[in-house]
Design a protein around this ligand. Structure first.
Ligand SMILES: C[S@@+](CC[C@H](N)C(=O)[O-])C[C@H]1O[C@@H](n2cnc3c(N)ncnc32)[C@H](O)[C@@H]1O
Length: 228
């Protein structure tokens, strides 16, 4: 659109917002919990005059989104659908009593004392996924595994349990989601302490890893239809 690059400030999903906004545009995310987290974080930066516009494809917009907007922001209206998409308009009701942000949420990992913390956009944030549970039963234990990658780490459960079973290994956690990597880091250090060696990065697959740098790669892939 011709705007200079330096006029745009990008922030990740866990960084704090600053100031007040006149206009807020939101593409409704796949995960409603993420929208809930975003709205609660946004609220202190809204004014009654702020224009808030959300957009999404009709088939992916759950009816509960209206209730969520009315509960966390204020009165909400919609425009007629066009080309299977819909706009939603919300405006701030400054008198609403808004609950505290419920994220991150925690659960105790079955069969262990580990507390697993999950930011809003993390896969299977409320309980252990059945695929992950099955994977955990088959994690290798090797004396010669010095570098293990938890690829698409989510909350980092696979890497955490691989660290337990492979005491000599450094675990490398990677996920494309900032919230996932932050959760994995919290969970790993809380469970195993700061001395245990690990690296954490936000990235696309194995792009940032050197060739032949891993002894073992763990990956519980995402089904493309899956919603968190
Ligand atoms: C099915 S979840 C598995 C999470 C965790 N490993 C587990 O087993 O519970 C897949 C994860 O892969 C991440 N992911 C998807 N595409 C990715 C990519 N290209 N690079 C890095 N991570 C990716 C998602 O953000 C998600 O956290």
């Amino acid at each position: 659109n011709g705007l200079p690059e330096h006029s745009v400030k990008l922030i990740n999903s866990l960084e704090s917002l600053k100031g007040l906004f006149d206009l807020v545009l939101i593409k409704v995310p796949k995960t409603l919990a993420l929208l809930e987290d975003q709205l609660i974080r946004l609220r202190p930066h809204l004014m009654p005059s702020t224009q808030i516009i959300l957009a999404g494809m009709i088939k992916t917009l759950p009816p509960s989104i209206w209730k969520m907007l009315e509960r966390l922001v204020g009165s909400t209206t919609t425009a007629l659908a066009r080309k299977k998409a819909r706009l939603i308009f919300a405006s701030l009701d400054a008198d609403l009593a808004v609950p505290a942000n419920p994220y991150p949420v925690c659960y105790r990992l079955e069969g262990s004392d580990y507390l697993i913390s999950n930011h809003a956009n993390v896969f299977s944030r409320d309980s252990l996924d059945i695929g992950t549970r099955f994977f955990l039963q088959h994690l290798p234990a090797r004396q010669d595994a010095f570098d293990i990658i938890d690829l698409g780490c989510g909350n980092g459960l696979l890497g955490l349990m691989a660290a337990e079973r492979n005491p000599a290994a450094t675990i490398h956690f990677v996920d494309e989601s900032f919230m996932a990597v932050a959760s994995a880091k919290e969970n790993f250090y809380r469970a195993l302490g700061q001395e245990r060696k690990a690296t954490f990065r936000v990235g696309d697959g194995l792009t940032d890893f050197e060739p032949n740098s891993a002894d073992l790669i763990l990956c519980n892939p995402l089904n493309s239809q899956e919603r968190y």
